[in-house]
Design a protein around this ligand. Structure first.
Ligand code: NAD
Length: 501
């Protein structure tokens, strides 16, 4: 049996129970079907994976009430007990990592080689935040004249977590783990296109022994369950990962209930390659950062800015490598790019192939569909683009790189910053002073110098401009999920102003 066939056989076993029973919501520890259902289909061949319980505003209300009821006990649980439960979740993720990765590949089209690691990163997220969580009442004391202040941190309450379809398991754990570790309870609304692993995560939480109501799952549409969650008065905050324009909608929807929001949004991230860089390493990183994960990655380096003198040779090497990237079945360990998530997204990405050609950029590689079944496209490269072209300004979110050449550092900086987004930036140079100067002026929340995106969990993660609000990672996550309270104790010797005396 080939590796692909072995993966397919295992996947069939894991999916069997969903074929009959569907993918259910999980509220207050109980499985719940829906009055209505929707379908999730594989991007590989459009085959039905399972029907999914459609959450409505009423379902969200049930889940929010459960989260509210569970909150006091969860928040008051001794830190060591909570920590042990979260580590148990991590253990179970590791035990079921193969199942999670297989389901993720089939539901989203992401390649096995990346998803097998992403599943384990989910476990790491739980361990990291479990160990880092502040103690229940950690704070500091501040002396003032006549006063002793005691500050303490408290979980904010029940929170809504709304996640997208790209690497959904890893991203969900990235939000849910710190929320639970902080002492918040959660209602999770995953993307309607990738419900499988969200269900596995909710089951794992229950299996690990989370009390009912601590982690609730409501499947559904953005404009249905998602909107209801952002408007619910018992939900104190929304952690959202998705498109910038959805973030803007959520802000409006949450305005009446004054929601605290944390947004991880889109990007049009520059990778700037100066002539003095280590070009072999830069080439590897440029290719990895735009074509891995099907280019469906917020941090992808979708704009290449390359110094004019080295551009012809760099492009030639790029084309040669891009044409060798293996597009194929996501469960095949040899595959480097799988299909795009769904037809609408496929139309959007291939639409950008047409836009690039119409705008007069040079199609140097790819630019077309692969096969007639599923949503596969060739890894694509446009060279000779100019900064104001749509292919250089708009987020494509697929395996398509737009290359622009520059003459000077100042010009490179101007082009790099002249977009609506500001999530990541990548700078390749061996000139240390330039690296410092350039990265200082680059408008992005995260910048890597001479590297692809290598994440270290204690460091801050998030974007500026249209790419986000707030930071995750390290203690930054807890800043969002916790409130700081100050209590001032008078020492009994200050003068109180007297009125009517
Ligand atoms: P999306 O915004 O369409 O959907 C994300 C989630 O929001 C889904 O669960 C969806 O159902 C929900 N939603 C949609 N409308 C809603 C509404 N009105 N109210 C409440 N919820 C609503 O995004 P997507 O297409 O699933 O994901 C791709 C996008 O996510 C890209 O733009 C990508 O850059 C971004 N992203 C950003 C990061 C980051 O860290 N900055 C990470 C991953 C993905």
């Amino acid at each position: 049996m080939t590796d692909l066939a072995a993966h397919q056989a295992k996947l069939a076993t894991h999916l069997a129970r969903f074929r009959d029973g569907g993918i259910l919501n999980l509220i207050d520890g109980q499985d719940q079907g829906g009055a209505d259902w929707f379908e999730t289909r594989s991007p590989v061949d459009e085959s039905l994976i399972a029907r999914v319980a459609l959450g409505t505003a009423e379902t969200v209300d049930d889940a929010a009430r459960a989260a509210k009821a569970a909150f006091p006990a969860w928040a008051a649980m001794p830190g060591e007990e909570r920590r042990a439960l979260l580590h148990r979740i991590a253990d179970l993720i590791e035990e079921r990592a193969e199942e999670i990765a297989l389901c993720e590949c089939w539901d989203t089209g992401q390649a096995w080689r990346f998803m097998s690691k992403a599943a384990l990163r989910g476990a790491e997220n739980f361990r990291f935040f479990a160990d880092r969580a502040p103690g229940a009442r950690d704070g500091q004391s501040l002396h003032a004249p006549g006063q002793l202040n005691i500050t303490s941190r408290h979980p904010i309450g029940p929170v809504g977590v709304i996640t997208p379809w790209n690497t959904p398991f890893m991203l969900s754990t990235w939000k849910i783990a710190p929320a639970l570790a902080a002492g918040c309870t959660v209602v999770h609304k995953p993307a309607e296109f990738s419900p499988l692993t969200a269900r596995l995560l909710a089951e794992i939480g229950r299996q690990a022994g989370l009390p009912p109501g601590v982690l609730n799952l409501v499947n559904g549409m953005g404009e249905g369950a998602g909107k209801a969650l952002t408007e619910h008065p018992d939900i104190r905050a929304i952690a959202f990962v998705g498109e910038s324009r959805t973030g803007s909608l959520i802000m409006k929807q949450g305005a009446d209930t004054l929601k605290r929001v944390h947004f991880e949004l889109g990007g049009k991230n520059p990778v700037v390659v100066f002539a003095d860089a280590d070009l072999d390493r830069a080439l590897d990183a440029v290719i990895f950062m735009i074509y891995s994960l099907n280019g469906e990655r917020c941090t992808s380096s979708s704009r290449l800015l390359v110094e004019e003198g080295i551009a012809p040779e760099f492009h030639a090497r790029l084309v040669e490598r891009v044409n060798r990237i293996r597009v194929g079945h996501p469960l095949d360990p040899a595959t480097e790019i799988g299909p795009l998530i769904h037809e609408t997204h496929f139309r959007k990405v291939t639409g950008f192939f047409d836009i690039g050609k119409a705008e007069g950029a040079c199609l140097a590689a790819g630019g077309e569909r692969v096969g007639n079944t599923g949503w596969f496209v060739k890894p694509t490269l446009f060279t000779g683009a100019t900064p104001q072209m749509r292919i250089a300004q708009e987020e494509v979110f697929g395996p398509m790189l737009t290359s622009i050449t520059f003459k000077t550092e100042a010009e490179a900086l101007r082009i790099a910053n002249d977009v609506a987004y500001g999530l990541t930036g990548y700078v390749w140079t061996n000139d240390l002073t330039r690296a410092l100067r350039f990265s200082d002026a680059l408008e992005a929340g995260m910048i890597w110098v001479n590297s692809e995106n290598v994440r270290h969990l204690p460091t801050p993660f998030g974007g500026v401009k249209a790419s986000g609000i707030g930071r995750d990672g390290g203690d930054w996550s807890f800043d969002f999920y916790m409130e700081t309270k100050n209590r001032a104790f008078a020492l009994g010797n200050h003068r109180i102003q007297r009125l009517g005396a």
